[in-house]
Design a protein around this ligand. Structure first.
Ligand code: PBG
Length: 345
């Protein structure tokens, strides 16, 4: 080896030399306590239904949901986000099943709060699981668009029903204007001052939601594989508009803000983190999960390392908490429990 030597004061590699030194200077962690597991629930008492485009994810009956949630709580995961998959027979143009006081997701919330009360439950507020067209709100045929204010009225009703069922957090995912303020008012007006709002604040019109729409059946019901939500979800190229949405949700009383998707929008997560002192969530969506799973199935990527790196990047960008389909598997790895994922170690 040559004796060539640079005259350097700074040698950043010094603190990377051993595992112990790397641990000391580590800046970002992913713990089970940062993770929220999204879960799909179905009617009946059949076995869990695998979701084809999301290997390792299932639609579960309420009974199976309870078992899964006990395990998640035991692994230190603080919260789950519930998404109902409804039978086509109860879907309607106006999504009226959403305000049935005994609808599937409300029964799931009640059962969960009774059985695993320590686990925080998040209920999504949007009409897409309930409408025949798969849009998140009420469709105005003459305008060929969603009707903003009438949709907000329904979301308020859904929020109050979820709060009555015992939900900890409601999460409007619809992107209608003014919904956070209206929901806060409706909750408070009905004695639910303690129910928190996690606002899907910067939700982009993303192609990465595809597998989720398979999971809840909102794409098939629309009769098109590319349900177009661009009159309400954000243009993926618009960062200033994303910051405007975030500022409005904060003013309207959101308790937690969210950026969605996560991985392709790390710059937005960082900017939001710097603009607000509120807790910030990021949603690693179905397509981000599917992408990693598919490449790992082909042997092209290392599942666990890509999974962990994708989540670390989201935390480093500034997210306090991450909604991710990997939540359980990561918590298991951290706890030293063998994975039950399809390609798990
Ligand atoms: C709809 C909703 C979507 C997701 C969560 N809530 C999809 C959409 O906007 O069409 C996507 C989640 C995911 O892809 O994992 N209100």
């Amino acid at each position: 080896m040559s004796s060539y030597q640079l005259d350097l004061t700074r040698r950043p590699r010094r603190t990377r030399r051993t595992a112990a030194l790397r641990t000391l200077v580590n800046e970002t962690t992913v713990q089970a306590s940062h993770l929220i597991q999204p879960l799909f629930v179905i009617e009946g008492d059949g076995p869990p239904e695998p979701i084809e485009s999301m290997p390792g994810q299932f639609r579960r009956s309420i009974a199976d949901l309870l078992e899964e949630c006990k395990e998640l709580a035991g692994l230190g995961i603080p919260a789950v986000a519930l998404f109902p998959k409804l039978d086509a027979a109860v879907k309607a143009d106006d999504g009226r099943e959403a305000t049935n006081p005994d609808t599937l997701v409300l029964r799931a919330i009640r059962a969960l709060k009774q059985t695993v009360p320590e686990l925080a439950v998040i209920a999504d507020l949007a009409l897409d699981p309930y409408t025949t067209h798969g849009h998140d709100g009420l469709w105005d045929a003459s305008a060929q668009d969603l009707a903003n204010d009438p949709t907000v009225e329904v979301l308020c009703e859904m929020a109050v029903l979820a709060a009555e069922a015992g939900v900890d957090i409601v999460a409007p995912s619809d992107m209608m204007d003014g919904r956070v303020g209206a929901i806060r008012e409706a909750l408070d007006g009905n004695g639910h001052q303690k129910t928190a709002i996690m606002a899907y604040s910067a939700k982009f019109a993303s192609a990465y939601y595809g597998p989720f729409r398979d999971a809840v059946g909102s794409s098939a019901s629309a009769g098109t594989p590319h349900l177009d939500k661009r009159t309400y979800q954000l243009n993926p190229g618009n960062r200033r508009e994303a910051l405007l949405e975030v500022a409005l949700d904060e003013q309207e009383g959101a308790d937690i803000l969210m950026v969605k998707p996560a991985g392709p929008y790390l710059d937005i997560i960082r900017e939001v983190r710097e603009e607000t002192d509120l807790p910030l969530a990021a949603y690693q969506v179905s397509g981000e999960y599917a992408q990693i799973m598919a490449a790992a199935e082909r042997g092209w990527l290392d599942l666990e390392r890509c999974r962990d790196e994708s989540l670390l990047a989201i935390r480093r960008a500034g997210a306090d908490m991450i909604l991710t389909y990997f939540a359980k598997d990561v918590a298991r790895s951290l706890a030293g429990v063998p994975s039950d994922a399809p390609l798990g170690a």
